[in-house]
Design a binder for this molecule. Structure first.
Ligand code: BG6
Length: 255
């Protein structure tokens, strides 16, 4: 029955926290790879967790992706705190419009009764153009705010899946994979041990910024993301992981 199941997941959460050496794991039932309901549930669960930890005048950073889109979707439409600002954590990463960090940040801000700032950056920009763009006062303002994020909510992806979704050249993808890339988060590609093996040319959150943020909520589910989740969790011990049963069980088989 339901109670038995809840206990089962509770047990799985504690095992996962131990195995991944992280602050907290929250697991929803199901497997996102097979069932969109699990993805929806993960979004809602993340929204409720976030709602409970927010304080007045905080800056919330969020990334793009379908998981984060469900976080904004799952947030109740009811103001909770004063002076909340929501910002995207990274610039253009080649997402479809509905899953762009800008759109998600704006939607989340609206739901929370706060305000938002957007980071207007073209996708796949050249290094030289990037250097010019970061001098733009509006872009600089957001980049400075990113350094002050109080709570970061971010999606985690598989390196191969994300590299393809971003239309990287086959050659670049192969190079990333040969360097052992298994995970992608906030525009960075990581190997199994959490070493950076590649980075998208855009601006925003760096790994150093990430390391300095007190509240970090990583969200990703589906069996297929197990390796990616292990990699990302190795980056930070005070991370809160929100995942599903499919990924959770697979991770425990791997570590
Ligand atoms: C992207 C983020 O928008 O979403 C990535 O920039 C993340 O860092 C990805 O890996 C996850 O996507 P999804 O659709 O699997 O939630």
């Amino acid at each position: 029955g339901v109670i038995y199941e809840m206990k089962g997941l509770d047990n799985l959460e504690r095992k996962l926290e131990k195995a991944l050496k992280i602050k907290k794991a929250i697991i929803v039932s199901g497997n996102c790879d097979e069932d969109e309901l699990a993805l929806k549930d993960m979004g809602k669960t993340t929204a409720m967790y976030l709602r409970n930890i927010i304080n007045d005048n905080q800056i919330i950073g969020i990334t793009g992706g379908s998981t984060m889109a469900y976080v904004a979707e799952g947030m109740p439409d009811e103001k909770k705190k004063e002076g909340i600002v929501v910002i995207p954590a990274r610039g253009g990463l080649g997402e479809r419009v509905e899953t762009q960090a800008n759109i998600i940040a704006a939607k989340l801000a609206y739901k929370l009764g706060g305000s938002y700032k957007l980071l207007h950056m073209p996708d796949n920009i050249k290094q030289d153009d990037l250097k010019v763009m970061i001098k733009n006062p509006e872009i600089k303002e957001i980049i400075d705010m990113i350094k002050k994020i109080d709570i970061l909510v971010f999606g985690m992806g598989r390196a191969d899946v994300m590299a393809r979704r971003r239309n990287l050249k086959e050659e670049t993808i192969n190079e990333l994979l040969s360097r052992g890339a298994v995970a992608e988060a906030f525009g960075h590609y990581f190997d199994m041990k959490g070493n950076i093996v590649g980075e998208a040319t855009t601006v925003g959150l760096s790994l150093a910024d990430f390391n300095g943020i007190e509240n970090v909520i990583g969200v990703g589910g589906g069996e297929g993301k197990a390796e990616a989740i292990i990699s990302i969790c190795s980056l930070k011990s005070n991370l809160v992981l929100i995942t599903d049963e499919g990924a959770g069980r697979r991770i425990l088989n791997l570590v």
